[in-house]
Write a protein that binds this ligand. Structure first.
Ligand code: NAD
Length: 428
């Protein structure tokens, strides 16, 4: 059988998750032949890595302006999109128009206009678009879906969901492109797309109406000044003031951080280590959201990006019982270490309390790998030959859209002080 042909656009920290899998585990059935990025140094770093680690060769490099040329020359079946969020729609749409299927990193895109353009392009071209929601595949998250699907707590009426990003992982979104809302949609889109997708998946429903408050309360120059901080710096590299600051981010000595960012910045000015207490941050670090779902359930959700704790807690109250999931995660920063520990679970606990019954613990299998062990299972689902999945975890473009729309609506609610209906954002 002919191998499936892949190319990839956006070859930074996350890209490795896909290209290493194609070069190693799935090399018998797949071939990766092209990289496209603004930054040649980063692409060359990836190529060197692939050669040294797996002896993999034969990838042609293209600049961002040569995306179409890459598709014409490489004739891929699939385009993998791992560029920065605000560019996803451009590559997804062009790839589908040129006859390819697409695997996109989350968030599928970052606002309602770009989302509508993607939905229209899927309809127009008939191509397939998958969004790689790895958290669905973490065994404890899959187990929650199974329990709710099997009616273990009856009809879920209320969800209380708290996600905590700590001062290592959470801080990292305030150092680089994510900190500009125009790039990422803020954490309500960039990060919470995972969380809102999980709720849609767990409950088997869709968001209907959203309200939210959120603000920048800890990071940023003014907040730091108000706490009495007087020593500031623009970036860690080469700064005296950064020395001894626990929020500083030192790339020197890390092969991957130097290779991907420090040595590459001369080309495009992408500084990976800006101070989290700098000016110009337009995303929130504290967010509270209320969501009403089509099933009738309501949710209160919070996200904090300067917590001492890393992990999440979610509780579902149904008509016949309550289910609680608590997870603590290992701390990780993008490209700062093995990709296998990104969001890897340290501890997880599922408890069910039947109405009028005693609480009991539901065991889940332990899975190694990033995102609670979801990463390797997702890869098998995308590149391998997986068995039929009763939980239907593979996420479509509609799942990608619905998961961002809660965050997009929450952003609008923060801006206007008014609740937002999902049906007013896009037409499916
Ligand atoms: N599913 C997950 O768990 C997960 C984890 C991390 C990142 N991600 C996603 O992966 C994507 C990349 O994140 P990252 O952390 O690797 O960021 P990164 O900054 O390390 O890499 C982004 C890459 O995009 C390139 N780029 C920027 N503008 C471009 C353009 N116009 N055309 C082509 N390339 C361009 C940059 O040069 C860089 O190489 C994001 O969408 C992010 O949300 C997902």
């Amino acid at each position: 059988m002919a191998k499936k042909r892949y190319v990839q656009v956006g070859v930074g920290g996350r890209a490795r998750f896909f290209y290493e899998a194609l070069a190693e585990k799935y090399a018998d059935t797949s071939v990766l032949t092209g990289f496209c990025d603004l930054n040649r140094t980063r692409m060359e770093y990836a190529v060197k890595n692939l050669k040294e680690k797996f002896g993999y060769e034969g990838i042609t490099l293209y600049g961002a302006e040569e995306f179409e040329k890459m598709i014409e020359e490489q004739k891929p079946d699939y385009v993998i999109v791992t560029s920065i969020d605000r560019t996803h729609h451009k590559y997804i749409i062009k790839a589908m128009e040129m006859g390819c299927d697409v695997i996109s990193e989350k968030p599928m895109t970052m606002n309602d206009e770009k989302c509508q353009a993607i939905l229209d392009a899927v309809k127009r071209t008939g191509r397939n678009l998958r969004v790689s929601f790895n958290y669905r595949y973490a065994p404890y998250n899959s187990k929650v879906r199974e329990l709710i699907m099997n009616n273990v707590i009856g009809d879920v009426k209320q969800v209380h969901f708290e996600w905590m990003l700590n001062t290592v992982h959470g801080a990292d979104y305030f150092r680089r492109w994510h900190r500009d809302k125009r790039n990422s949609g803020g954490l309500l889109v960039h990060k919470a797309t995972h969380h809102f997708d999980l709720v849609n998946f767990w409950l088997g429903t869709k968001p209907k109406e959203v309200f939210s408050f959120g603000d920048l309360m800890f990071y940023g120059r003014e907040n730091a000044e108000n706490r009495g901080i007087t020593k500031f710096y623009y970036r860690t590299h080469g700064s005296e003031n950064a020395k001894g600051d626990p929020f500083a981010f030192d790339m020197e000595g890390s092969q991957s951080l130097e290779g991907l960012y420090l040595n590459a910045e001369k080309e495009d000015g992408y500084l990976r280590d800006q101070s989290v207490f700098g000016d110009g941050i337009s995303i929130e670090d504290v967010m509270n959201v209320l969501v009403k779902y089509e099933s009738g359930a309501i949710m209160s959700y919070s996200l904090n990006a300067f917590s001492p704790v890393e992990g999440f807690r979610v509780a579902f109250t149904g008509t016949t019982g309550r289910l609680e999931l608590t997870v603590s995660e290992r701390v990780y920063v993008n490209a700062g270490g093995s990709k296998d520990i990104e969001g890897a679970a340290k501890k997880s606990l599922i408890t069910v309390t039947p109405m009028f019954g005693e609480p009991y613990v539901v065991e889940t299998e332990k899975a190694e790998g990033g995102h609670g062990g979801g990463d390797p299972i997702l890869l098998e689902d995308i590149f391998g030959n997986p068995p039929a999945d009763p939980l239907k975890r593979a996420a479509s473009h509609e799942d990608g859209a619905l998961s961002i729309l809660t965050g997009v609506a929450a952003n609008k609610a923060i801006a206007t002080g008014l609740p937002v209906k999902i049906k007013d954002l896009v037409t499916f």
